[in-house]
Each structure stands twice: as structure tokens, then as C-alpha cells.
Design a protein around this ligand. Structure first.
Ligand code: GDP
Ligand code: MN
Length: 386
């Protein structure tokens, strides 16, 4: 689960990671109050959306007077911000962070993430902060330092120093940097993060270390342990269909293709997406209704997929086990009665009570195409979208 920069910086404050003084603003009026509260200039006006690259897209502006700060706040609030992470449709800006501007001597990069290969937490750091780190990784990978921390051992002094030396942290800032990195690591572990990033982490001209940007991503599977973090969720920033699906415990991910699919079981869902691609079409989603789905869950899954305007045909692939085929068929019939079907729907069903399930579907007078097997289903659905 991602959170906004202003929320991440709040968390940084709890862990004594230095951040600039700043206030979140939800309206022009609040922006003006925040500017006045800061009282000195420059002031930085920052769009709050769950995507990076805001600076390049015009969502981060440095103002040298109250008038200018106010003007930037007016411009950025409500704008549709397009960055390399939002896609071309962009994202409407509904919140701002108004911050005291800092004087930057150097911009560094620092992040922590779980490295699955080594089963460790990797610290990534670079002297080339502020800009696109993907570009640094591609063109000058030697400029990215990696230090692997064993989660059972925790972070050691020599590892803090290894990162500090790699970043050429001046002697006077060494202690402060070490404390900051240690706190950052503790936050990562205690809050069950999957990735945290500060880009840029700056050194000021008087050798202080400050996190100028803040990105925090929590491991969604651990959120049950952190009720306080759930309050930070911003549904405005999430895909509306994914939010709807999560209400019904459906494992749903919206994708770019036009073949909708409903499957029971994550493994079968992956295989179904593969055969759709193999037949020359592109899946519009991943939708796993789960092994123990009810007719109601099936109904909601079907409704959500039909609400997706880019979907031109649907492939339903069910292996009846715990979810019996007849229960599944009832769910489909109920859903179809309510929403109506105006695109081709191909059904492949096998397993417990398959005959009964097929009977329910054929007696329903719904326009469904049945497939004999997986390959047949994929070919039929691919043909339907061509
Ligand atoms: P991002 O573009 O979404 O990653 O947003 P950032 O928070 O990283 O801001 C983009 C850039 O704005 C930074 O890399 C800085 O160069 C610049 N910037 C942000 N805050 C300040 C500030 O307080 N002072 C100065 N001089 N520049 C800033
Ligand atoms: Mn940044």
C-alpha cells in the first residue's frame, strides 16, 4: 500500500529522520494559511499524488514570495499532473504539501527494499540523487552502492559507515547520517515496508542531512498488524474497480488488454492469462474469485468485469472443486440477469457437478458460448475480440 509524501514525512518525524517543516493543504485557503505559517521564503509547493516524477511534470515549484507561492498553489491544486508514472491520462491533484525551501549542496539517493534472492534487506544509495535513478542504474550502475542487511542480525555500524563512505558524507555530518540511516532501517522493519525511498536526500551547505522527498510502500499482507497504517490509505489514488473488488475479497488486478477473465484459483488465473496471450490476445485483468467462492462473489466479479469499458469479451474458466460448478453457474446467471450481457462470453467449466452447471447455463437463455477445453476457450475468446 502506497501513501502520500506528506504522510511518509509524518512517519519520518516519528523516527527522527530529518524533514523540512511543512503542512498539507486540501484547499487554496489552507495553502495560503500554510504559506503564512511558514513565514519565510523560499517555499516549495508540492503536488501530492501516488506517483513520482512530479518535478519534471510541473508538480513541484519553488516560490520566492508569498504571491508566487500562492500562485503556484492555485495552479497545481486541481491540475491534471502527468508524469512518467501516471500514464498519459495523468492524475488530478487534490492535496498539496507546502514546505520550507532548503538550500541544496548535494542531492543523494537512498532506498531500502526486500531482496527476495538473498532474503535480505538491501540498502541502495547513490551520489547521483534527484534525477531519474532508473537512468543511473542503466547507464552508470557502478554509481549505485548496495549493502545487504540480514534481517536477523539487524544493521551494524560498519554497514552504516560503508554507505556513508560510498556517498562521500563529510566528517561533520557522519554521525547524523548514521543515526538517520539506522532510524530509516528501523522504520522499514517495524512498519513492514516493502520499499522506502528518499530521492533526493540532501546535504545542506552547513552539512545537515534532510529528506527532501519521501516514498513509502507497505507490504499489504502485513497491514493486519498495523491498524494505524490503514488510516493512511487514500482510495482516490487507487483504481476504482480494484477498490470495488477488494470489498468482496476478490483478487483483482486491472490490466491493459481487452479480454476479461474470471477464474477460481491464482495458479489457474495465471495459466489462463498465459493461454489468452498464447492465442494472440491480451488479458484485461487478473481475477481470482478464490477456491471457496460463493455465488455472490462470482456475481460481483462478473459485474466488475462488465463495468470495465475496455473489455470486449470475457473468458470464464472454472475448475469446480470447493466451488461447485452448479453454484458457480447460478452466480453467473444472477449477475447476467442484473447487468445484462452485451459482449461475447465464453465459458470453460470442469469438475464437481459440471453437468448440473452446464444445464443451469443452457436453461438460462443467456448468450454464452461453451468451450470444450482450455485451448478451445482461448481461441474462441481471441477470435471474439479480433
Ligand atoms: P519528484 O519529482 O516527484 O521526485 O519530487 P521531489 O520531491 O523529488 O522534487 C523534485 C525536485 O525538486 C528535487 O529533486 C529538487 O531538486 C527540487 N526541490 C524540492 N524541494 C526543494 C527545496 O526545498 N529546495 C530546492 N532548491 N529544490 C527543491
Ligand atoms: Mn523525488
Amino acid at each position: 500500500m502506497k501513501i502520500h509524501e506528506y504522510q511518509a514525512k509524518e512517519l519520518f518525524r516519528e523516527y527522527n529522520i530529518p524533514v523540512p517543516v511543512g503542512y498539507v493543504a486540501f484547499s487554496k485557503q489552507e495553502a495560503l494559511e500554510s504559506i503564512k505559517k511558514l513565514g519565510s521564503f523560499p517555499v516549495v509547493v508540492k503536488a501530492q499524488i501516488h506517483a513520482g516524477g512530479r518535478g519534471k511534470g510541473g508538480g513541484v515549484k519553488l516560490a520566492s514570495s508569498e504571491q508566487e507561492a500562492q500562485q503556484f498553489a492555485d495552479e497545481i491544486l486541481g491540475m491534471t499532473l502527468v508524469t512518467h508514472q501516471t500514464g498519459e491520462v495523468g492524475k488530478e491533484v487534490k492535496k498539496l504539501l507546502i514546505e520550507a525551501g532548503q538550500s541544496i549542496a548535494r542531492e543523494l539517493y537512498l532506498s531500502l527494499l526486500v531482496d527476495r534472492e538473498t532474503a535480505k534487506i538491501v540498502i541502495m544509495a547513490s551520489t547521483e540523487g534527484g534525477m531519474n535513478i532508473e537512468e543511473v542504474a542503466e547507464k552508470t550502475p557502478e554509481k549505485i552502492i548496495k549493502v545487504y542487511v540480514d534481517p536477523l542480525m539487524g544493521i551494524s555500524g560498519y554497514q552504516l559507515r560503508e554507505v556513508a563512505f560510498g556517498l562521500n558524507i563529510p566528517k561533520t555530518a557522519m554521525k547524523e547520517f548514521g543515526a538517520m540511516l539506522k532510524n530509516f532501517y528501523n522504520m522499514f522493519v517495524e512498519k513492514d515496508c516493502s520499499m522506502v525511498e528518499i530521492n533526493p536526500l540532501i546535504l545542506t551547505s552547513d552539512d545537515r542531512v534532510i529528506a527532501l522527498d519521501a516514498k513509502v510502500d507497505f507490504d499489504s499482507n502485513a497491514l493486519g498488524k498495523h491498524k494505524e497504517l490503514m488510516e493512511l490509505r487514500d482510495l482516490d489514488e487507487e483504481d476504482p474497480l480494484e477498490v470495488e473488488a477488494s470489498k468482496f475479497n476478490l483478487n483483482y488486478i486491472n490490466l491493459d488488454g481487452n479480454v476479461g477473465n474470471i477464474v477460481n484459483g491464482a495458479g489457474l488465473a495465471m495459466a489462463t492469462m498465459d493461454i489468452i496471450k498464447n492465442a494472440g490476445a491480451e488479458p484485461a485483468n487478473f481475477m481470482d474469485v478464490g477456491g471457496g467462492a460463493t455465488a455472490e462473489m462470482v456475481e460481483n466479479a462478473f459485474r466488475i468485469i462488465l463495468a470495465d469499458k475496455k473489455v470486449k469479451a470475457v473468458l470464464i474458466n472454472i475448475f469446480g472443486g470447493i466451488l461447485r460448478c452448479d453454484i458457480f453457474a447460478e452466480g453467473i446467471v444472477e449477475a447476467a440477469k442484473k447487468t445484462g450481457i452485451n459482449i461475447p462470453v465464453i465459458v470453460r467449466m470442469e469438475g464437481t457437478n459440471v453437468e448440473k452447471g452446464k444445464e443451469i447455463l443452457s436453461n438460462s437463455n443467456l448468450e454464452l458460448t461453451s468451450a470444450i477445453d482450455l485451448a478451445d476457450a482461448a481461441e474462441k475468446v481471441a477470435a471474439a475480440v479480433k
